[in-house]
Design a protein around this ligand. Sequence first.
Ligand SMILES: *Cc1c(COP(=O)(O)O)cnc(C)c1O
Length: 382
Amino acid sequence: MMNNEQKIDELLTKLIQEKDRVIGYPVAKDFDYSRLYEFLKHPINNVGDPYEDNTYKVQTHEMEREVVDFFAKLYRADPTDFWGYVTNGGSESNLYGLYLARESHPKAMVYFSESTHYSVKKNIHLLNLPSITIRAQENGELDYEDLENTLQLNRDKPAIILTTFGTTMTEAKDDVSEVKRILKKLAIQNHYIHCDAALAGSYGPFIEPRIPFDFQDGADSISISGHKFIGSPFPSGVIIAKRSLRDRIARGISYIGSLDTTITGSRNGHSPLFLWYAVKKMGVKGLEERYRHSLETAEYCKTELRKIGIKAWTNPGAITVVLPKVANRIKEKWQLATDDITHVICMPNVTKSQIDEFIKDIIEEKEHADLNTENKELQFQD
Ligand SMILES: *Cc1c(COP(=O)(O)O)cnc(C)c1O
């Protein structure tokens, strides 16, 4: 029987083995936070609003504010009117965005596209909001014509539009300025746009040509995941919103000596520190380089797949290569998220040699399949 020590060792070995073959999920693995290991000895808890005084002092609120500042700047938020906090992940950030939207427009209808992340549908359900699903175009992007027609029919209601900047399967990006244009054309003044930028938000500003998604383009709140493009040992996310909107929901709680503005009470105090460390180390320039590197790998992956006759494609500026469904064996080995299509997400740690190995597997599988059909044909001739 295995003792606990062996169990831990075995788990570690297994995780290391599996880690090297993740090319289907958007998690960066090229991080080194060893400088921060000392902090794991302390009960850090970021309970309360990071911008307010708090009675509990074993916290990293200052770093948390600097993380929010970093992204607020990157997303061209009004320097006098932004707020945010580090969440448990993109899903909580989306919940927060929708919550702010509902508090601003309690009678609103929510519009989101077919390719929207599942967390949004769940959050809409949790908040008990009426909603309408809008068609998505073939590439996964919001169908603006369908949005316009649907909004037209509900012009009397305030509108909450959920845009996605990097959809889960094809990394399609909804154009926020196009959404804004439609709202203006229909004279729907009471509206709120939340942009779910879980993956692509971290490199959104570097995409050329630019795809509108940020505060100046018309978003009221933006969510991102910290463990995706930036990378972290534990899930985290950031929500950036307008401070004026947050003020509407702020409630003082004497027990924590702070404002209760966040979804959860106790909050991870390590993840803001880790995120802070990462963004300070990379800086805007480092983030941009990470993106260029990923883009190049994606281009390589697409080209190599096409060379062997696979119809691979990418959305503009995307690091996600979309291809037809692969054989189960390959899907399992490379941990590829699959529905009727599959994708390879070229996160910064994905290398060309990994892509080469993946392609070799596909070629082998193809030959194997061809051989099988040949065999069947032979049998048939007998
Ligand atoms: C990953 C993702 C989410 C959810 O983020 P978590 O950090 O996993 O909670 C939401 N939306 C999109 C588009 C995503 O890719």
